[in-house]
Each structure stands twice: as structure tokens, then as C-alpha cells.
Design a protein around this ligand. Structure first.
Ligand SMILES: NC(=O)c1ccc[n+]([C@@H]2O[C@H](COP(=O)([O-])OP(=O)(O)OC[C@H]3O[C@@H](n4cnc5c(N)ncnc54)[C@H](OP(=O)(O)O)[C@@H]3O)[C@@H](O)[C@H]2O)c1
Length: 320
């Protein structure tokens, strides 16, 4: 089997390198995997993307790339749409035309955050900013392409939130600030679920591949993919700082000196949803129907356990 992974230098792309490496290392018949970054293929160049797909001829396409600069997108709309809507549309078209499987990633930012409770996969999209609009356009394009296709091709769009991994993210920013400042002010009225990139790669492959790294048949569509529980940015900052202190990091801040503030007190160019909570019942039902307890356990990992372990690893690696 041939697997093509886009976004190799991003948080999720790096997670796929690790997770796919571990999963396939034990196999006798290893899939051929190619990881692609901006240097190999600029996704703003649709022709180059089509050429790469036609040359490599993947059976599985994993799109871990995206234009993720939420605030900059407000002034770079064309580029955001090229990467987040047009490029996945081209990948989806290739998959649909060639009987391939396509895994793509989307975001809580496709919602306006007005809902009380957890968002479901088929709740109405109403993105607040350009980034969310471009990701919503990507979702719509993929669904449209596969809707008129009934062969062996299939797709999953994993909607996730608050991703952290090997790269720049909220947790690392907080820990860097906590080394220099005596006090931090963090938003406490936006709710969501921090998602570890490695966890997301594992869950994605749990849906798409069996234990021999062969493609599984699944129902095409959107799947919400976040760990168990919920928090606020303030809750996440407090936990990350406590975990770093527990791991022996020298910080000037402790959880008690992290002041909760309202989102309106910290205005940013792009509006953010106040509620990013997403139900993962759909994915639970799929894994439960396969009777696979290990996949359910993976899906049920509490977000705070994963953050503690991530921060402990940062400390072990001398990164805090
Ligand atoms: N990060 C979050 O909090 C979050 C939340 C919800 C959903 N998501 C979604 O989760 C997925 C993975 O996010 P992530 O955190 O791993 O993102 P990331 O770390 O920002 O990685 C995105 C990757 O896309 C690549 N890319 C951007 N423009 C490109 C272009 N023109 N040509 C080729 N490559 C390009 C970037 O390349 P360079 O490294 O060269 O810049 C980067 O490696 C995305 O679909 C994102 O929308 C993320």
C-alpha cells in the first residue's frame, strides 16, 4: 500500500511520522509512506499538487497540512482558502477518482460557539472568521466530491480542537511566559478540549487501518475527534503550569498566580467560538460496533492526563 502524508513539518504531520513509524515497524509487508512538506509541494500550487498525486498514486492520503494562522487569515483570505479549501478539494478529487481513502482535519472554528452543550457532526456550520470559513469550505468541497461517488473511495474529516504536539502551541507559549513573568492573565470563558497530536494520529489510524496496516472500510463523513473531558484556556494553563512544576521546571508562576479574565478583555483580530465542545459519540459508536476495547480506551483518554504526560516529556527533553 502507498500512503501520502501532507504537512510533514506541522504538529500533526510529525505525530504521523512517529505513529505510523511505530505501527509499521513490526510489519513484514510495510506500506510505502511518503511525507510531504512545503519544500516538496507548495499546496498553493494546485498543478504541482495534482502532479504529485498522479506520480505517487497513493491508496491512502492523509492531509495533516493547513493554513493555521487564525489571525493572519483575516488579511490573507485567498491563501487560507487555497490551502484549506482548494488543496483538500484536489486531494479529495484524486481519492474519489482512484478509489483511494482520504483523511482530512478540520476544526471547532467551523462553529460559532453559541450552542449550549456539545456540538454534533451535523450541527450547522457558522464560522466567525476567515480561517473557520476556509476550513468549512474545505469540508463542504470534500463532501460534495464524494457525494457523487460510489466506488471504493472513502473519506473521514476529523474535526478537532486545541491541538498540541511537536511545534508551537498554547501550552508551550504558556510555559515560556511562566519562566519570565510573575503573573499571567488567561481567558476563562472559552470552553474546549486540548487534543494531543499523537493521540489524534492514533485515533485516525484506528479508523482507517487494521492491525496489518491494510485499509478498513468505514462510513465516510465527519467525525469529531477530541479526548474526554473539557476545560477552559485558564484551566489548561493552570494544569500545564502545575505539571511543569511537578516535573521540576523553574517557573516564576504557579497556578494561583494565573488570573482568569474574560475573552472580551483580550481582543484578537479573529473572533473565536466561546464553546468548542464537540461530542465524540459517533466515533465511539463506530469503535464499539467493531468490539474493539483498546480503540475505545484510546478515545476515552482524559485530556488532562495527556497534557500532564506531554508536559512531563517536555521537561524530560529539557524544553522547559
Ligand atoms: N493547531 C490547532 O490548535 C488546531 C485546532 C483545530 C484543528 N486543527 C487542524 O488540525 C490540523 C493539523 O494542525 P496542526 O496544529 O498540525 O497545524 P500546523 O502545526 O500549523 O501544521 C500545518 C502544516 O501545514 C503546512 N502548510 C501550510 N501552508 C502550506 C503550503 N502552502 N504548502 C505546503 N504546506 C503548507 C505547514 O508548513 P510549514 O511548516 O512549512 O509552515 C505546516 O507544516 C489542521 O487541519 C488544522 O486546521 C488544528
Amino acid at each position: 500500500m502507498k500512503i501520502l502524508v501532507f504537512g510533514k513539518d506541522g504538529q500533526l504531520g510529525k505525530a504521523f511520522q512517529e505513529v505510523l513509524g511505530v505501527r509499521t515497524s513490526v510489519l513484514l509487508a510495510k506500506p510505502v509512506v511518503q511525507f510531504v512538506g512545503r519544500t516538496e509541494c507548495d499546496l498553493a500550487n494546485g498543478e504541482a499538487l495534482t502532479q504529485l498525486l498522479n506520480q505517487f498514486q497513493p491508496q491512502l492520503i492523509i492531509n495533516a497540512s493547513a493554513y493555521t494562522e487564525v489571525d493572519k487569515a483575516e488579511t490573507e483570505s485567498d491563501l487560507a482558502f487555497a490551502i484549506n479549501a482548494r488543496a483538500p478539494e484536489i486531494m479529495a478529487q484524486y481519492a474519489a477518482d482512484h478509489g483511494a481513502t482520504f483523511l482530512h482535519y478540520s476544526t471547532d472554528y467551523v462553529f460559532d460557539g453559541e450552542k449550549y452543550g456539545f456540538y454534533l457532526e451535523d450541527d450547522i456550520r457558522n464560522p466567525l472568521g476567515v480561517y473557520g470559513k476556509s476550513k468549512a469550505a474545505g469540508e463542504e468541497a470534500i463532501a460534495r466530491i464524494f457525494a457523487s461517488n460510489n466506488d471504493s473511495s472513502q473519506y473521514a474529516i476529523f474535526r478537532t480542537s486545541w491541538v498540541y504536539g511537536d511545534g508551537g502551541n498554547f501550552i508551550r507559549t504558556i510555559l515560556r511566559l511562566a519562566m519570565d513573568r510573575e503573573e499571567l492573565k488567561i481567558i476563562h470563558d472559552q470552553f474546549g478540549v486540548p487534543t494531543n497530536a499523537n493521540w489524534l494520529a492514533q485515533v485516525s489510524l484506528d479508523l482507517a487501518l487494521d492491525e496489518h496496516a491494510c485499509l478498513r472500510k468505514f462510513i465516510s463523513g465527519i467525525y469529531h475527534a477530541v479526548p474526554a473531558g473539557e476545560t477552559t484556556w485558564h484551566g489548561l494553563a493552570c494544569l500545564a503550569v502545575q505539571a511543569a512544576l511537578d516535573a521540576g521546571a523553574a517557573l516564576k508562576v504557579n497556578p494561583a498566580s494565573i488570573q482568569p479574565i474574560l475573552a472580551v478583555e483580550y481582543p484578537l483580530p479573529a473572533p473565536r467560538p466561546m464553546n468548542s465542545r464537540m461530542s465524540t459519540d459517533k466515533l465511539h459508536q463506530v469503535f464499539a460496533s467493531w468490539g474493539d476495547m483498546s480503540k475505545l480506551e484510546q478515545l476515552n483518554q482524559p485530556w488532562d492526563e495527556a497534557v500532564r504526560s506531554y508536559v512531563a516529556n517536555l521537561a524530560k527533553d529539557g524544553l522547559i
